[in-house]
Design a protein around this ligand. Sequence first.
Ligand SMILES: [Zn+2]
Length: 733
Amino acid sequence: MPTILDEITSALDFRRFLGPELSDRLRLRGATVDGIEATQTIQYYHAAQHLTDPATRGNDNSVVLAAFKPAWVRVYVRSGLVSAVPGVTGSLTVERRRLGFIWNPVATLAPQAPGSITAQPTADYATERGSTALTLNFIIPAADCYGVLRLTAALTDAGGRSLDTSSVVVNATLQQTLRLRGIMISYSGPPTAVPPPNAPPPPNINLAAPTLANLQSTASRALLAMPVQSTGNFAVAGTIAFTLPLDDARTGAGGCSVNWGTLLTQLATQRTNDGNRSDVVYFGLLPAGMPVNVPGCGNNGLGAGRVGDVATLLHEIGHGYGFAHTPCGAAGTTDANYPNYKPYPSASIGEFGIDISTGNVFPPLATSDYMSYCFPQWMSLYQHERLVGHTRLDPSWIVDTPLWEQYAPWKDYLVPDYIPDPPPGDPWKVAQMRPDPVISIIGVVRSENEVEVTSVARVRAVSTPPGRATALRARLLDADGRELARAPLHELAVQGGGCGCCGDGERKPGEPPYTFQAMIADVAPGAALTIGSAEATLWQRRAPERPPRVSGVRAELTQSGGVRLRWKAESAGESREAWVQWSNREGKVWHGLATGLAGAEAEVSLAGLPAGEALLRVLLHDGFHTAYSEPVRIEVPRRPPETAILAPADGAVLVAGAPMRVWGAATDSAGTPLPDESCLWLLDGKEVGRGTDAWVTAPAAGEHRATLIVRAEGEETRVSSSFTTIRVGEREC
Ligand SMILES: [Zn+2]
């Protein structure tokens, strides 16, 4: 069928009047490229058309793209005629720059479903920007999205005739990774802290510790919204057996609840046992059925939340990157530097965001920053910029300019005794992260003159605890009372997390009660440890007469995939607590496995350990000194792959006929990603793709099921999610 354009040009018969060259140039005006936007989570595009304060605007596509994460390329199309031009389609050519000036072809992409659009002579900015249905869309797959890219959109009509071409250059030069170490929490205890009055106490419930796959699926929103590559780096940093329900009442202004405070001190202890790494964020993962009042809590890399609560994980790890709340809702003290993106409400994300898995657009008028207490939430321009190059994401830049190589490598730089696992790309960071011998003191400052210490341990860990330093000091003294070393107490929960946790009233930093950690340099055995201010000593512990000893460790694998450990302990100190660490590198680097063990035996989970030989050792703390056992060798059994569907999420609602992402995580039991060939996707039982990250067209309106099958080393894991597709227009507002 001839297009309107064909009809007009033939009716006017331009060629006879104007000659072939000029008439072709006029034909090209049938539809033109008005602009190209390349976006992954949020992007500037024609900012002057909606941001009224010039200080908050940015150039088109100036938000850097993350390498190895898919990008949506939205081509904005205009009719050059007075009427609309239907059936405009085209292609997108992707080229990558090499040596600073050579453009190498990467791919020529076809548009995403439905594959063509109607070009309008004019468009309302917010309407067009607010819906991917109004642009011609292309998706650069994760594997191709890196380096400096030149994107050339070529528009054609239904007959394949060229209408217009236009190019932009975008940067996908930022390579960084979401690095999470999950502390898995099992629960055995009462179903509630507030049982109904005048009734017998309800029976205890037992909830198994979550798995690495649970951590990966709960991190799906974080992987999507943050400037990080599609595949994260996940590991288990030990397991905690918790026994208190978390639905107890909020403490007054500032605190979460008494039981949350107890959990935070246990998480801090576990993190210390793991070396308190500065290139990751720790997250305590609670079972989905955990009784809670506040959904999540914590701060400074010590957040915790339940399996499946994707929004809480994103928010809590935001505190782990050092972010404060942003000004919307009852969020307490908020970040004073958060920009006012006029004309939008406070804590607006500032530009149009996108969920690349679905093509959903987040308008700045109705979307709040994810560190605020208003909803819906998404990544803002402000937090995006602060995550670019963040040390806890192991950032590096992809550079292609000539002669760069000679500046890039670090010559023969090696840290002999310690290399973190996984190692960061940059050896200077290895040096920064080298753990120091420290005395870690963890506890709760109950009031102005009352300090409760729950753990004292001498270990190797990165010696700065996250969190704000308070005015109180911990000191190591010699027998004559002279100070050998000192360090400030760091407050572990400055702002209540979890949103809704600490909304009532303002709490000043350093105002009790709060959980704390202090890390004093372990320079000498010493004779006493104290905590206090310049004027008064609030807590003191003297060295016991003889240091503790731990020996005779025996390990036996159990049916349930754990290990039963027995040891001999001797101590004369005030308290006695055992920790367990593991190493698969002959003891060059140790990771945390368990903490808070009383007695002389325990069953410990081996979740997250790589299959094969590993060493275990027991640390015995007497409240002043720490003894280390000789390591014992175990053989960690091979287990099935850890597999999670990140998109389509279970219960998701998608638009039929629109692009749909099938995105999963597939790792071995230790968190090492498996190759793409190991992964197969089924949609309603039929094979639709391979690899962890692929795009298909969403099926016809109705109920559907996506299945990810992962095969590795003779083991197979299958996971499924159920989702619904609807026709456009049916979606509820
Ligand atoms: Zn918070």
